[in-house]
Each structure stands twice: as C-alpha cells, then as structure tokens.
Design a protein around this ligand. Structure first.
Ligand SMILES: Cc1cc2nc3c(=O)[nH]c(=O)nc-3n(C[C@H](O)[C@H](O)[C@H](O)COP(=O)(O)OP(=O)(O)OC[C@H]3O[C@@H](n4cnc5c(N)ncnc54)[C@H](O)[C@@H]3O)c2cc1C
Ligand SMILES: *[C@@H]1O[C@H](CO)[C@@H](O)[C@H](O)[C@H]1NC(C)=O
Ligand SMILES: *[C@@H]1O[C@H](CO)[C@@H](O)[C@H](O)[C@H]1NC(C)=O
Ligand SMILES: *[C@@H]1O[C@H](CO)[C@@H](O)[C@H](O)[C@H]1NC(C)=O
Ligand SMILES: *[C@@H]1O[C@H](CO)[C@@H](O)[C@H](O)[C@H]1NC(C)=O
Ligand SMILES: *[C@@H]1O[C@H](CO)[C@@H](O)[C@H](O)[C@H]1NC(C)=O
Length: 526
C-alpha cells in the first residue's frame, strides 16, 4: 500500500516535472524566436503573445467570417504587426529559422479563414499597418501598401482627382494584399478588367527575407502573384497600379423584380445581353430569398444593379434598345460622381463616407462558393435555382457579367484564366446567426446541394471557380503539403492550365514550401 502510494507520488512528480519541463522548453523556444526578431530588426517589432491583453482583439477584430472566431479555432503563437518593411523581413527569417509556419493577413476576408488559422504552430503576420498610398497623377499610377483596404485606396484617389479611378471589389474593407493577388473584380471589370490586370509593379519579401521588385523578382514571379494568390509565394508589401479614367458623372440604378413580376424571363434574357452590352455598362444580379410577410407569400427577388460610365440619357437609350423588358425609367436613374457609386454598390446610400462604411464592417457567419456559366441556363434551369433558394433562409446568389475587356485578355496573361469562354460568374452565399446552430449545418449543406444541382448548367472540365472565393470543399491538405496530384484537383478549377506554370514558379522561388496553406501551390519539378 505504502509502496503503491509512493509509486503514484513519484509518477505524479514525473508528470508534473515533464509538464513543467515542456512549458519551460516551449517558452525558451519562444524567447529564442523573440530574440531572433530583435536581432533582425533595428526597430522594435510589435509582437503580441497570448498573454498580452491586446492579443485577442488584435487577432479577432479583422476576422470577417465568424465561423473562424471560436474557442476551437487554432490560434497563433505570436501576432506580428509590422509597421516597417524590415519587420516583415525579420518575421520571415525568424519563422523559417524556428520552424514556425507563417500566415499573412491583410484585410481578413478570406472565405475559409486561411489568413489567420492553421493546423500547425504558426505566427500571424498582420500587415494592416503597411498601408501607405502614394498617388502620382502625372503618370496616372499609384503605389499602394498591401495592408491598405480597397476603400482607403479608392477614396484617396478620389481626393486627388475626380477623373481617375481603379477597378476593384465592392466592399470597402477588403484588403488589397489578398484581394489583388487573387485577381479582384468589381463593377469596372467589363471596361478595365480585374485589379490584377492593372498592376504594373510590386514589392515582395521572398523566402530568404529579401525585398524584391518587378525587376529583381523577374517576370515569372511577377506573373504568379497577379492572380495566383499571394500566400504561396511570399509576403507582398506593395503594388504599383495603373489608374483608369472615369467620367465626371456616372449613372446607377437598382430595380427589384420578384418571381411574380416575371423575373424568370428577365434573368433568362439578361444572360444573352449582359456580357455583350456596351462595356461602359455593368449590370449585375443579386438574387435572394424574401421571407413571407403579412399578406405576401415568400418569393425570390432579383436586384438588377447597374453602373454606367456616363449620363442617364445614354443609359436609357441603351436599355431601351437592348433590354426594354426591364422597363427602366428616367426616375430610376441616379447620376453621381464615380466615388459615390462605391458605397452605393456596397449597399450603402450614395453619399456614405468611408468612415461610416468602416464602422459597419461586414461580419457574419457565412459560407460561399463560386461557378462560371458558359451557356445561358434554360428557364426551367432557373426555376430550379429559385426552388433551391426558397428551401432555406438567408440564401443568396450573385450573377456577375463578364465580356468587354474581360474577354479580350488572353487566358495566360495572368494566372486568373476565366476570360472569353465565360459569360458570367455565379456566387453562392449563405449566412446564419448562431455558431454551430442547426441553421449553420442546414445553410452549409444548402450551398453544397445547390452546387450539385448546378452541375449541368455551368462550366465543365474543369468546372471553374474563382480563387478569391476560396472553397475548401474542393479539397485541401491540412498541413499544406499537397502533392501535385492533390493540388491539381482544386488548382485547375481556379487556374486552368496556368496551374502548371504556377507550380513551376513555386518550385523555383520556394522549393522547401515555406509559404503554404491548405490550398497552396505545391513545389514540384515538372
Ligand atoms: C464581404 C466580402 C466582399 C467581397 N467582395 C469581393 C468583390 O467584390 N470582388 C472580389 O473579387 N472579391 C471579393 N471578395 C473576396 C476577396 O477578394 C477575397 O476574400 C480576398 O482574398 C480578400 O483579401 P484580404 O486581404 O481582405 O483577405 P485576407 O484574409 O487577409 O487574405 C486572403 C488570402 O491572401 C493572403 N494574403 C493576404 N495578404 C497578403 C500579402 N500581403 N502577401 C501575401 N499573401 C497575402 C492570405 O494569406 C490569404 O491566403 C469579397 C469577400 C468578402 C468577405
Ligand atoms: C502588447 O504588445 C504590444 C506590441 O508589442 C505592446 O506595445 C504592449 O505594450 C503589450 N502590452 C502588454 C500589456 O504587454
Ligand atoms: C469553430 O472554428 C472551426 C475552424 O477553426 C470551424 O471548423 C468550426 O465549425 C467552428 N465552430 C463553430 C461552432 O462555428
Ligand atoms: C424606345 O425605343 C422605341 C423604338 O425602338 C421608341 O419608340 C421609344 O420612344 C423609346 N423609348 C424611350 C424611353 O426612349
Ligand atoms: C450627395 O451629397 C451632395 C452634397 O451634400 C448632394 O448635393 C447630392 O445630392 C448627394 N447625392 C446623392 C445621390 O444623394
Ligand atoms: C425562415 O424565417 C421565417 C421568418 O423569420 C421563419 O418563420 C421560418 O421558420 C424560417 N424557415 C426556416 C426553414 O428556418
């Protein structure tokens, strides 16, 4: 008895000792890492450890999808918040030296939270403070820090000039670091293409901690980061962009039509014209379920939302000629300076300031997916979509027209390959109010079911997807060490034949696969 007690005691001591040893070992490693950072930077680097009282808010504030903000979500060992480019260099050098994975976050909009979660010990490098914007109106260019948001960029341009703009996404808080590196479309896509189509230089910290620009990184890497996703190749510090001309007055409208108001015929017709209109016109559809209200049964409602780069008179003529069925009236058209169309398209009143948009960031439990349509969907096919939308609450889709400049750029120009063969992009989107609720399961299942339903109606071999609408349902490797065959499953959906060139660039610039995530490009000698 006594023996067994003392045996238990010593077992207990061993346990306590080893837990203690583990804890001190870990913190000694932590100290070495922190020391490494200070050695590699002349200035103090802002680093947050989990015991820092600001750690949680620094980690969580930029998170847009609440699915990835809970107790079980893996958290970073450290958060580094660079205020100088050398801090990024130190972060790369020291993470590599100490065997820590790196996750880079700019605006935090990733659809699967890959910019701030990982299944292996990792360091979050949040570059939101690297956001300086320098505009040069003389040559119509700008340098923009990768931590800047789309809103910061567009408002800064508008402050300097009413006749310049830039094609980018619609949500002011999206970060240009992730957004531009995945392509980035918005309502100027038919006129000017993607953001990535208008990038003319960039700076990046490579795997050795060196800062490279277009000239020193070479054309292959410069090609890869304009649409291939930044996360596989390095940490992008800044982009040089070519500004585009916008007229002093643009016209917008938003018309709402339900099933009962003949929306099936209208959407059917839209498919034949939206990618062929005058390219000054972008007319997108945003489609959602409307719940029943007293005296009204539930239905599907489509918003026809347009940006026209000109005055309403000409827009009315175009619509009357090509799409009289929609019945656009002069009173539906709102003329405004281009910058006011930015909040309008993000769902705010036209004159909403950037500050107000930033104070109401998009933050919700959500799941999204994408597809591309290459031939008009039949009316019966569309009716099947409406039926699916009605099954679950908080379901929505968007149809985004291509054509115009999108179709004239060759598929191989940048990694984003969805060009002349694509009529429009489909976005699936659903949200719910409570973590892990029945609605959560129902809504995520709904996206998968609708995606299956859409199989005969969308692009095939490969069934194309948009990399900025990242979707882990397509496949993933948790530690980020996918083989070529594994990565090709999602890679050709996002990049078509450009996938192989991305693999070649990756194997050249990061052969050890330091920059990796669940869907990164694998380094393989092809
Ligand atoms: C509300 C909302 C609206 C959206 N609207 C549009 C739209 O209109 N048009 C459109 O095209 N897309 C849109 N998107 C998708 C958006 O383009 C992508 O989610 C994009 O990747 C977000 O970039 P981020 O910097 O905000 O995200 P993050 O989550 O910070 O990053 C996304 C990915 O890029 C990597 N990354 C970020 N910064 C860097 C860097 N500096 N260097 C290297 N890698 C980096 C991250 O590691 C991660 O893999 C929208 C998304 C949301 C949630
Ligand atoms: C938390 O970390 C930040 C950034 O390094 C630092 O400025 C701050 O003093 C730390 N706060 C505490 C309470 O240690
Ligand atoms: C918590 O986060 C993880 C990802 O980190 C996610 O898989 C899981 O669904 C989330 N749980 C809830 C209840 O939202
Ligand atoms: C629309 O076009 C028709 C001819 O095609 C013309 O008769 C009509 O007046 C036009 N309506 C408007 C509002 O321009
Ligand atoms: C925006 O504000 C300006 C100045 O306050 C005003 O003249 C204009 O009518 C407003 N525009 C819209 C579309 O509300
Ligand atoms: C959808 O929302 C409505 C109104 O809030 C509610 O009555 C209904 O039960 C919900 N349906 C489902 C499937 O959750």
């Amino acid at each position: 008895m006594k023996n067994s007690i003392s045996a238990m005691l010593s077992l207990f001591q061993i346990l306590v000792f080893s837990v203690f040893a583990l804890a001190t070992a870990r913190s000694a490693a932590d100290d070495k890492f922190l020391k490494c950072l200070s050695v590699h930077s002349k200035m103090t680097i802002p680093v947050y450890t989990p015991s820092n009282s600001s750690y949680t808010s620094v980690l969580q504030l930029p998170i847009k999808d609440l699915r990835f903000l809970n107790a079980t979500t893996p958290k970073p060992k450290f958060i580094i918040a660079p205020v100088h480019e050398s801090h990024v260099q130190a972060a790369v050098i020291c993470c590599r030296k100490h065997g820590l994975q790196i996750r880079v976050r700019s605006g935090g909009h990733d659809f699967e939270g890959l910019s701030y979660t990982s299944h292996v010990p990792f360091v979050l490098v949040d570059i939101a403070d690297l956001k300086s914007i320098n505009i040069n109106l003389k040559d119509g260019t700008a340098w923009v820090g990768a931590g800047a948001t789309v809103g910061q960029l567009l408002y800064k341009i508008a402050e300097k000039s009413q006749s310049h703009g830039f094609p980018a996404g619609l949500c002011a808080t999206v970060g240009v670091g992730g957004h531009f590196s995945g392509g980035a479309y918005g309502n100027l896509n038919r006129k000017y293409g993607l953001s990535a189509d208008n990038i003319i230089d960039a700076t990046i910290v490579n795997v050795n901690g060196k800062i490279l620009n277009r000239k020193t990184m070479g054309e292959n890497l410069f090609w890869a980061i304009r649409g291939g996703g930044g996360a596989s190749f390095g940490v992008i510090l800044s982009w040089k962009i070519k500004l585009v001309p916008v007229p002093p007055t643009v016209t917008v409208f938003r018309l709402l039509r339900t099933i009962e108001q003949g929306v099936t015929d209208l959407v059917h017709k839209w498919q034949y014209i939206a990618n062929k209109f005058h390219e000054d016109l972008h007319l997108r559809l945003s489609i959602r379920k409307l719940n029943a209200s007293p005296g009204v049964k539930q239905t599907v409602r489509v918003s026809f939302v347009a940006l026209f780069l000109g005055k309403s008179e000409q827009l009315l003529q175009i619509m009357n000629q090509s799409y009289p069925e929609l019945g656009l009236q002069p009173k539906d058209c709102i003329e405004m300076p281009w910058i006011q169309s930015v909040p309008y398209f993000a769902g705010f009143p036209p004159n909403t300031s950037l500050q107000v948009q930033e104070m109401n960031p998009f933050r919700i439990y959500f799941k999204g997916k994408s597809d591309y349509v290459v031939q008009p969907i039949s009316k019966t096919g569309l009716e099947g979509i409406w039926k699916a939308l009605l099954e679950v609450n908080n379901t929505a889709m968007a149809f985004i027209p291509h054509g115009g400049r999108m179709s004239r750029i060759p598929e191989t120009e940048i990694p984003f390959p969805h060009r002349s063969d694509k009529m429009y992009l489909v976005e699936y989107f659903t949200s719910w109010a409570e973590a892990g609720s029945e609605a959560a399961n129902m809504n995520v299942d709904w996206t998968r079911k609708l995606y299956n339903y859409m199989t005969p109606h969308v692009s095939k071999s490969p069934r194309a997807q948009y990399v900025n609408y990242r979707d882990l349902d397509l496949g993933q490797v948790k530690v980020g060490t996918a083989t070529y065959a594994q990565a090709k499953v999602w890679g050709i959906k996002y990049f078509k034949n450009n996938f192989d060139r991305l693999v070649k660039v990756k194997s050249k610039v990061d052969p050890q696969n330091f920059f990796r995530n669940e869907q990164s490009i694998p380094p393989v000698q092809l």
